[in-house]
Design a protein around this ligand. Structure first.
Ligand SMILES: Nc1ncnc2c1ncn2[C@@H]1O[C@H](COP(=O)(O)OP(=O)(O)OP(=O)(O)O)[C@@H](O)[C@H]1O
Ligand SMILES: [Mg+2]
Length: 287
């Protein structure tokens, strides 16, 4: 997609949202070709680190089997928001959260939510590839075994192969499955981490700047992979690369100072941003 920002105007389709109004749950316009089952519904989500409020009344509908990109300047709350979706902020002392993060009709923050099961359903890929200090095979096999998804050796072998194939890594590693995961290149390690994430058949994969430590070829490989994986999984990815957001994301949410300022299908966001802040950010005039 060509990132050219058209002159700002309020589209007739979006008449209810004028510049500067807070984003609502659903995107302003919808890509009518896309799949629109709701994966995650976020309502009035607030988060504080001690006294400092990092997320402010976030409302966002995330759609199944789409790629949603989170963009915005450093420190605006993108990683914090991602961590709310599988309760990884619980691991940080002094965090307080209120509001709703709903998946399958349940609030992920409810007391009886099984966090381990939640993190199986909502997997994560980090900025820096972080394979376990184990073999390539064990990196993929470990979590499915732990969750009792497989036990027979042949089933584990099959699952490892499928996950590595789906992550686009099988051909490169099939003859060295028992070498350490850390012996791979950075781009291969990141695909190994993706294989590890998909091996437990999650519903949602969170990716926090998954390509920012990678060279352009590995980046392109991961972008292609995201495009394939969205047939099976809902993907939410953070990126500072506007071209990447434009290439891979069906929807884009623009965060600024802890708020979602604008949320739209990506093409609409990049061609006709509805807020001055999003326009400035997308065109590189900000941050
Ligand atoms: N563990 C933490 N303890 C206290 N404050 C934190 C913690 N993590 C993040 N913050 C603060 O919360 C705000 C949002 O940070 P966050 O990491 O979510 O931003 P971000 O949008 O992911 O930024 P970047 O693009 O640099 O990764 C920042 O002001 C940050 O300083
Ligand atoms: Mg971050």
């Amino acid at each position: 997609m060509n990132i050219q920002v058209a002159e700002r105007s309020v589209s007739p389709m979006t008449g209810h949202q004028s510049k500067g109004e807070p984003a609502v749950g659903a995107p302003v316009t919808r890509n009518e070709e896309a799949h629109h089952e709701l994966a995650i519904r976020v309502r009035d989500l607030n988060l504080w680190y001690g006294q400092a409020q990092a997320l402010k009344s976030i409302n966002l509908d995330v759609y199944q089997k789409n790629v949603t990109a989170l963009i915005g300047p450093s420190g605006c709350g993108k990683s914090t928001f991602l961590r709310c979706l599988n309760r990884m902020n619980d691991l940080i002392p002094g965090v307080r959260i209120d509001g709703l993060v709903e998946m399958d009709g349940r609030d992920v923050n409810e007391a009886k939510m099984d966090e381990v099961a939640l993190r199986r359903r909502v997997g994560m890929v980090f900025q820096k590839p972080n394979p376990f200090p184990k073999s390539i095979y064990e990196n993929v096999a470990y979590a499915p075994r732990m969750h009792d998804l497989v036990s027979r050796k042949t089933d584990v072998d099959e699952l490892v192969e499928r996950a590595l194939r789906d992550a686009g890594l099988w051909e490169e590693v099939k003859d060295k499955l028992h070498q350490p995961g850390t012996s791979l290149s950075g781009g291969q390690q990141q695909r190994l981490c993706i294989a590890r994430a998909i091996a437990v058949q999650p519903d949602v994969i969170l990716m926090d700047e998954p390509t920012s430590a990678l060279d352009p070829i590995s980046t392109a490989t991961i972008e292609d992979l995201m495009d394939k994986l969205k047939q099976q999984f809902t993907i939410i990815t953070v990126t500072h690369n506007m071209q990447q957001a434009a290439r891979v994301a069906d929807y884009t949410a623009f965060f600024h100072l802890g708020e979602v300022v604008e949320y739209n299908d990506t093409q609409a966001m990049f061609s006709n941003p509805h807020t001055k802040k999003a326009e400035d950010y997308i065109t590189g005039r900000y941050g």
